[in-house]
Every structure is written in C-alpha cells, then in structure tokens.
Design a protein around this ligand. Structure first.
Ligand SMILES: [Zn+2]
Length: 166
C-alpha cells in the first residue's frame, strides 16, 4: 500500500472547479480556489502541501512548479469527464479511496450519526430505508448512500472504465 504514504491533497483552480466534487466523492482532501490571484493560489498550495489542478499555463511556468517543489497538473480537456480521467490516470488514483468521508460542498470530514439523530432531518422514505448516516460538521448536510450517491459513484466508475477501453 505504497500509495497511502503519499496520498495527494489538492487545490482546484476555479477554471476546473467541477473536479473538486469528484475528488471529494473519492475521498481526496480537495480545496476549491475561487480567487483570481495566482500568487495566492500558489501560496496556499505550498502552505498546505496541496497539488494544483488548473488550466492556467502561467502557473505551470512558475519557479516553484518547474523546480518540482510544488506539484501541479495542467488540465487538458474541456469536459469534466475528460479532466477527471486525466487526473485519475496521471496519479493512478483509487476511485474507492475513502468513499463517504468528505462533505462534497465544504471538504470537511463527515461524522457518523445514528438513525435517531437524523429522524427529523431526512425525508421519511429515506429514514425508513437507510440505516447509515453521516453529517458535515460545517454545513450540517446529512449524507446517506441513497440513489443520488449511487448515481454519482457509478458515473465516477464510468470515467475510469471509459479510459481503460480506449
Ligand atoms: Zn459541508
């Protein structure tokens, strides 16, 4: 399990913002950068030891990137699907790395909640059919492995499957 020693953390530039959600679905700690100041993006990446994902070629020319101190991937495709495939293949990421671990909106580690704790917070049908729940400590969204979650993980798998068939 060599990969676990150097699990990448990411900072996703606003020009490839959709990648943040997909990486969080897989369980990779991913910060979304919505500013426009490259210097701030680079400084945050260095301070938090995050790999930059961006379509901005200027970032790739910076000294800290060219000398290898800061890792960055220049994202090529226009579609989130192509972009995600590039990242997964380049870094050999595991789509099932830590499913259900991070809030898809704010990247906070989710906390387990009992069925009783969420009774008034989820739709009755969900309460009847699901037994495992997680809550984001920041935005208080409740997560469960329902149809929405399954559809997203299946789509994620299809990205990788598609690349293997090429
Ligand atoms: Zn949240």
């Amino acid at each position: 399990m060599v990969g676990l020693i150097n699990t990448p953390k990411f900072i996703v530039d606003h020009n490839v913002g959709k990648l943040a959600k997909w990486l969080r679905i897989m369980g990779y700690d991913t910060r979304f950068f919505n500013g426009s100041d490259d210097a701030e993006l680079v400084a945050t990446a260095l301070a938090e030891e995050r790999m930059i994902l961006s379509r901005d070629t200027q970032i790739m020319k910076r000294g800290v990137v060219t000398n290898g101190r800061l890792k960055a991937i220049l994202i090529q495709g226009d579609e989130p699907e192509q972009q995600m495939r590039q990242v997964i293949e380049t870094l050999n990421l595991d789509c099932q790395f830590r499913p259900f671990a991070l809030c898809l909106e704010c990247n906070q580690p989710l906390r387990q909640r009992s069925k009783q704790q969420v009774e008034d917070l989820v739709p009755p049908y969900v309460f009847r059919t699901q037994s495992q729940y997680m809550e984001c400590p920041a935005c208080h969204r409740i997560y469960w492995r329902g149809t929405h979650w399954q559809a997203m993980t299946e789509r994620l798998r299809s990205f990788v499957k598609g690349s293997a068939e090429e």
